[in-house]
Design a protein around this ligand. Structure first.
Ligand SMILES: CSC[C@@H](O)[C@@H](O)C(=O)COP(=O)(O)O
Ligand SMILES: [Zn+2]
Length: 204
């Protein structure tokens, strides 16, 4: 296998995520596309803030299995679903920040709607604070296959863009490459913090 040129950028992103406190206690998982049929994803149970290249496993998109026999992330199915259904996806970041965990519970509906923020433009394709950015929220489940099926069913109503929240669990976001996925993560986390503070201050 030739070297994946995105892996260095992903490792740097994982270390940055660790420093931000967005993947505490082994939470989170990260991956990059490796051609049409594979991705490289974090091994299950690793501390995501101190990963090395050896902690990434080659996984088949179709089966979700690692030919090496090692155990990929418990949430591999969410990554392989994104690479399989959205061929432009090049990198996926799943994190467990306090803000994404809390906001996904405070908002009880099936989506977080963000509007009025200049930083919405950190998301590719967004050009104005006047538009609405809709981040779907799916109820958390330990049955990742069932969760993937629910998410796929929801895409018939609206295709996924940028990211989605799992209630009480965290954020999964992606991009065409690591740099874009990282910008989406940082932009969304900024927006989540603004939205939580706005709701707190405006609460009667
Ligand atoms: C710290 S428990 C978190 C896990 O259950 C899971 O949600 C997670 O994000 C990390 O799982 P992993 O199998 O290491 O990829
Ligand atoms: Zn998780």
């Amino acid at each position: 296998m030739t070297e994946n040129l995105q892996l260095g950028a992903l490792l740097a992103a994982c270390h940055w995520i660790g420093q931000k406190g967005w993947s505490p206690a082994t939470g989170g998982n990260m991956s990059v596309r490796e051609g049409d049929k594979h991705c490289l994803i974090t091994e299950s149970g690793k501390d995501k803030g101190s990963l090395t290249a050896e902690d990434f496993l080659l996984v088949e998109l179709e089966s979700g299995l690692a030919p090496s026999g090692r155990r990929p992330s418990a949430e591999t199915g969410l990554h392989t679903m994104l690479y399989s259904r959205y061929p432009e996806t090049g990198a996926v970041l799943h994190t467990h920040s306090v803000n994404s965990t809390v906001l996904s519970r405070v908002e009880r509906s099936g989506a977080l709607v963000l509007e009025g923020y200049e930083m919405q433009k950190s998301l590719s394709g967004q050009t104005t604070h006047l538009d609405q950015v809709v981040i779907p929220i799916f109820d958390n489940s330990q049955d990742i296959s069932a969760l993937v099926q629910k998410i796929i069913a929801s895409t018939e109503r609206a295709p996924l863009q940028y990211g989605f929240l799992l209630r009480g669990h965290g954020l999964t976001c992606w991009g065409r490459d690591v740099a874009e996925a990282r910008r989406h993560l940082e932009g969304l986390e900024f927006l989540f913090q603004c939205e939580l503070q706005r709701r707190l201050l405006e609460a009667k």
